[in-house]
Write a protein that binds this ligand. Sequence first.
Ligand code: GCW
Length: 666
Amino acid sequence: GYDLWLRYRPLPAAQADAVASKATTVVRDEDDETIRLAAAELERGLSGLTGRRIAGGDLGEGAIVIGTARSARIAALRLPLAGLGPEGYLVRSVTVEGRPVTVIAADRPVGVLYGAFRLLRIAQAGQSLDRLAIVERPRLALRVLNHWDNPDRYVERGYAGQSLWDWQKLPGFSDPRYTDYARANASVGINGAVLNNVNASPDMLTPAFLTKVERLATIFRPWGIRVYLSAKFSAPIEIGGLKTADPLDPAVAAWWRAKADEIYARIPDFGGFLVKANSEGQPGPGDYGRSHAEGANMLAAALKPHGGVVMWRAFVYAHDKPEDRAKQAYSEFQPLDGKFADNVIVQVKNGPIDFQPREPFHPLFGAMPRTPLMMEVQITKEYLGFATHLAYLGPMWEEVLRSDTYRPRRGMTVAKVLAQSRLSGMAGVANVGTDRNWSGSQFDQANWYAFGRMAWNPDDRASDIARDWAAMTWGPAVADPVAAMMLQSRQAVVDYMMPLGLHHLFATGHHYGPGPWVDDLARPDWNPVYYHKADRAGIGFDRTRSGSDAVGQYAPALAKRWGDPATVPEDLLLWFHHVPWERRMASGRTLWEELVARYDRGVAEVAAMQGQWAALRGRVDEQRHDEVSQFLTIQRAEAQWWRDACIAYFAEVSGRALPAGVVPPT
Ligand code: GCW
């Protein structure tokens, strides 16, 4: 599993021959480091796929010619390179000096690298390299992994081993894995990495750590990746010796300016800061009676002369506020629209609670037209069964990205809100660590991959991405059945964990396994009973006008549709409504029967995946096949555990009889 989707194992003979005829040699005339990497990748990939030695050479029939307009050969083709932007590329079948060749060209070297990976993707899928006419540029500018990695290498919500960053051995030792990490990211267009946890240690900003960060930045740079750091808002006190971190105090602003200068002296292309402020106990401008905008703008001013950005998180909620947690981020941020400096981008989670298996899109999307917003998704599966459960997240992100915000008008999807922003981006909480397979499971690699693809093009289809990943990772011959399994997997998790709009039924703290009965935590908003509100009469969170009116934070057309139990999609029913157990559902069943049926369906879906996977035995290598089979066995048992626990609990609360087959937990 270490090779990820860049395995480059030999294709079947006919496909290998076809690829080889279009890839006789790799021609480059620029001596740029990134273009050298692109050439080396093509040689490595095409040699592996064809089983022949494909190397650098002279122009001949079937050559792959790569470069920017600084190459005389590329310039002579008069391609529209300037329109590709700093990261775009084109891949075209053309005739050069009378010979049919393929050209990979871009305005900047990193575009050439992205184009090389694109050509390889086509070859890996066993598709033809004939008559190529691809023009691509990323739709979002910041495509960033957020590592929740601590200086002691513990990864918060990480299920794939320790942090990749071996701080103790840095900067002296450059683990080759750093290069492999950067290469994998580049292959899917990821161009930034926030190296440390948003629950940030101030130590990361000390000179001792900055020399280490500088080393990583140097390794990542030729792959088009910038480093960013999570900044602890109170760092001026903790490592700066100041008495306050008040953003309006001139000494505080001066401290951050000096810190930014120090960082940029080492890392001229440093990306900027990510900040979690006044959330879950983190310090922030609110500690001094200042707004999020005042805090963000002070940091933005320090970064501005160097071209850096502040990614300021909107994930805020406080237990001492009576307001529904789902409403708090909107309440606090929406009034600040237009008040942020122009190098601030507000980072909003995909949904209003917290990376649940299914949430409606966050109401801030579309509601802050004068503020750039980026979307944060969680690649690591804190709430979807860690690394053991197979859940392909592409469909979840697609569902959010395609949601219509109706702001300012119909058709304005979340994807469009993101892409039309003057600073645009998507962040993914990384799922990688020191495990040999990087992600803790073979299939979780697909979520890393899909994140990159969707950040590049938020309109890309989850099904196409799954197919590409499956072809590259397991081989083109099994791509369809593997992708079919993946595509049903996230709905399966929703069904066996929390169907019909239920959310946050998780066991306390670790969030692995069911805990719908938990009602005794000190923070009421961490108790599952806060979210499902099940009682003898019914179940669900009334977020209509008669309840918290969270639905009122959406555009009127949506508020109307979602605010009525007759028109809200059943998948969101219990998110927005408290509904009687006897309510008739579309299926004709009562709500109670439907709930049980969904839990049953979830378990059955996992059993079906086991069957689909068993049918692939012998068609993929045994080692990875076995690992996936064992994980599916765990998932099957735990789907049953979720079903039994939740149904037994809800049966008791509602006073209903247990359906057949439920083993109540002891
Ligand atoms: O989902 C929650 C996690 C916390 C995390 C927080 C956040 C980094 O349980 O571990 O803290 O979200 O996104 O800030």
